[in-house]
Design a protein around this ligand. Structure first.
Ligand code: ARG
Length: 702
């Protein structure tokens, strides 16, 4: 027989909705009815009184939410960890609850003042498993969980809440007798759902739908086989009954206006400390430093956002704001995650933004050998586009061949590091795993850099973000200026054109760019080759006459005829030599010795003999031609442009032109300083660009 339950409650004498700190309270300020609230609360008390001992704390004026005693603290055995309310509106309750626990001779633990934790609202004792399930994401900070584990001497499982309507764990999760768990899965992230599924066998999981969840069915009080709650659907009721529970509904609508229900209105204060329990948590933390124009460049915000987005949580330990426009700020941030694995993901995100380990936590990178050729160790670190360094034997070493979506391989003497693709990994090679001992070197971005997209900064070269039609001309001016400078300095400009370049009649402009020495490599697919050659041989593009804009009789065969002609010659270069191909983009490439690579795909007709149908070879070709690129023009070719983007390290300027804003946003989103996106017709863009360059070159317009 279990001992009689004892609950702490607080009568609603001063209950009201006076402020808004959760979505339920919105629109409900001063809308709760005191007499109705009082009678609902009395009804709940009456139900509880039959089964349990009730302790009361005196309600206080000005603290309307004090009725929700679940948030007083969390109690296991004779120990209590007091709440640290996130919102100032509720912080006034803290001393009253503290006094009560002290008076009752609990051993009271207090968290540091800046570490929010909201008691049994976010920490639920599971009698069957002898553990505590703890929530984070809205009101409680993950970094509080290891302290709960230590102080209460118990195993704490952390769960991340993601739906603001279910801001406390007890609004969407309820451990029941017999190891059952009543919960609303959609309130949790994937990692947390996985944790729940790992620990609670399927037959013990009672998942509710949104309707029951929003009626606070999970905010239930469980006494032996009885469940007291606000409301349950017939379906949920019969499921609970089939599991051996009886359900008692008691209307608590007045309290739902403040975002609480049955469970929130109570705090069990005599849950027994489980025998033989040990403190345990899988929460891991790391301290990092971030330096730069943290506020005006939005860097701090992005780092914190990335932390939350990847399932972690943070505390800012120190922040030092640079006083002048040019002076930088720095922040020390403690990052926590529910497991080492999640921490590595979170860290990879902030490392990419330039965060470095706090000096006290700096260690060498962790390495694991490849045990199966072509396969990385499970916890490999994925690379990004930014110059990266790894710490080996206490020394920071720069990573060679920086690119995205690769792993870092270190030589056996621990002296050099480089990016490598899975497929090139050899047995025994050492791969960087986890996230320790890795940092990226980011240029300090200032507000001026980020503001380059705005109208006042049109001429500061390439601005952030996507451009409107109005800006095209101005941006073209900047690009042409940059292209001329690069040509003079012997720089490398790589063009990635899609077939639309030919369809829009802009092939001649691109051909001119090649002829004038503005292009050092062309990367595309079979289609750009086929269309350019069709246009050169027959004046059509996919059978459409480009001069008249009309489709030609039998024209649908034209591109096949073009491909066939080149196949007969053996290659594009041979066709030029033989005098078969006498104009167009690829003719100019051959004439000027500008290398090109055509990567094949499943839909390719022919293909042209030059098209590389072995995609691994094509990727290698692209990578080789991209080496040392200074500027890349991506012209309406989503697939090839994304491929190129992944291979290109930070610091290379990208210009992405596409009529589809989604493509432009995707490709130009790599830091503001080096990419510019233009949502416009590519034909128009190339026309303007060549006009501008011809003028600069002093050549007369045709
Ligand atoms: N208005 C209160 C708040 O937002 C409601 C608390 C409900 N308590 C709970 N354990 N879920 O803090």
């Amino acid at each position: 027989m279990s001992t009689k339950a004892r609950f702490l409650i607080c009568s609603p004498d001063h209950y009201e909705v006076d402020y808004v700190i959760n979505p339920w309270m919105e629109g409900n300020v001063h809308k709760a009815s005191p007499p109705v609230a009082a009678s609902q609360w009395e009804a709940l008390r009456g139900l509880l009184e039959q089964e349990a001992d009730l302790e009361r704390i005196t309600p206080q004026p000005g603290l309307p939410d004090m009725v929700f005693t679940a948030n007083a603290g969390v109690v296991v055995g004779r120990k209590c960890v007091l709440s640290r309310f996130l919102h100032q509106e509720r912080q006034g309750e803290e001393p009253y609850f503290k006094k009560w626990f002290k008076k009752q001779r609990f051993e009271v633990f207090e968290l540091p003042a800046d570490l929010p934790f909201e008691g049994a609202g976010d920490a639920l004792f599971d009698r069957e498993r002898g553990c505590v399930w703890a929530g984070y994401g809205f009101r409680s900070e993950l970094a509080a969980h290891p302290l709960l584990a230590e102080w209460l001497n118990i195993d704490v499982h952390s769960l991340r809440l993601i739906d603001p309507r279910f801001y406390h764990l007890d609004t969407c999760f309820c451990p029941l007798e017999d190891g059952c768990v009543l919960y609303y899965p959609a309130a949790f992230d994937a990692y947390s759902n996985h944790e729940i599924e790992k620990r609670v066998p399927e037959e013990k999981r009672i998942a509710v739908g949104e309707t029951d969840a929003t009626r606070f069915a999970c905010n239930a009080i469980n006494l032996d086989r009885r469940i007291i709650l606000n409301q349950a659907s017939a379906e949920l009721r019969s499921r609970l009954e089939a599991t051996g529970f009886s359900v008692f509904e008691t209307a608590l609508g007045e309290f739902m206006k403040a975002g609480g229900s049955a469970r929130c209105l109570t705090l069990r204060v005599n849950d027994p400390a489980p025998a033989g329990a040990k403190a345990a948590t899988s929460v891991q933390s790391r301290e990092v430093r971030l330096e730069g124009h943290l506020l005006d460049s939005g860097l701090l915000d992005r780092a914190l956002e990335a932390t939350i987005h990847n399932g972690g949580s943070f505390q800012i330990l120190h922040f030092n704001l640079g006083k002048q426009r040019q002076s930088t700020s720095h922040a020390e941030i403690k990052i926590s995650a529910p497991s080492g694995e999640v921490l590595d993901t979170v860290m990879a995100g902030v490392i990419a933004l330039g965060a470095v380990a706090a000096p006290t936590e700096e260690t060498d990178a962790e390495l694991k050998p490849v045990t199966q050729a072509g396969v990385a160790p499970e916890d490999f670190l994925a690379t990004n586009i930014y110059p990266t360094e790894v710490r080996l034997n206490g020394q920071w070493r720069g990573v060679q061949d920086q690119r995205m979506d690769a792993v870092i391989v270190v030589d056996s003497r621990l002296e050099t590091a480089r990016c490598a693709l899975f497929r090139n990994l050899k047995n025994g090679e050492l791969v960087v795993v986890g996230s320790a001992g890795v940092r990226t070197v980011r240029k300090t971005e200032s507000r001026d850099d980020r503001g380059r997209g705005s109208a006042e900064h049109e001429f500061s070269f390439m601005g952030a973000g996507v451009s409107s039609e109005r800006r095209v001309e101005l941006v073209v001016d900047q690009i042409s200026w940059e292209m001329r400078r690069l040509r003079e300095q012997g720089g490398r400009i790589v063009v990635v054109p899609g077939p639309v370049v030919i369809h829009t009649g802009a092939g001649e402009y691109l051909a001119w760019l090649v002829r004038a020495g503005y292009v050092q490599a062309v990367l595309g697919g079979n289609a750009i080759g086929a269309h350019d050659i069709e246009q050169a041989l027959m004046g059509t593009s996919l059978g459409v006459d480009l001069k008249q804009g009309k489709s030609m009789e039998g024209g649908h065969r034209h591109h096949l005829k073009a491909i066939n002609t080149i196949r007969r010659c053996g290659s594009i270069a041979r066709a030029v030599e033989m005098g078969v191909l006498t104009s167009g983009v690829f003719y100019e490439c051959v004439r000027r010795g500008v290398p090109f690579s055509l990567a094949g795909s499943i839909r390719d007709d022919g293909p042209l003999p030059d098209t590389q149908m072995d995609l691994i070879k094509a990727q290698e070709d692209y990578a080789r031609l991209l080496k040392g690129a200074d500027l890349i023009l991506m012209l309406s070719s989503m697939l090839h442009s994304i491929g190129v983007g992944n291979m290109t390290p930070a610091g290379v300027r990208l210009v992405c032109v596409d009529i589809n804003p989604a493509v432009v946003t995707k490709l130009s989103d790599r830091g503001s300083v080096e990419s510019v996106g233009l949502v416009t017709d590519v034909g128009l863009f190339l026309n303007l660009l060549t006009q501008r360059l011809r003028k600069l070159d002093g050549e007369r317009m045709p």
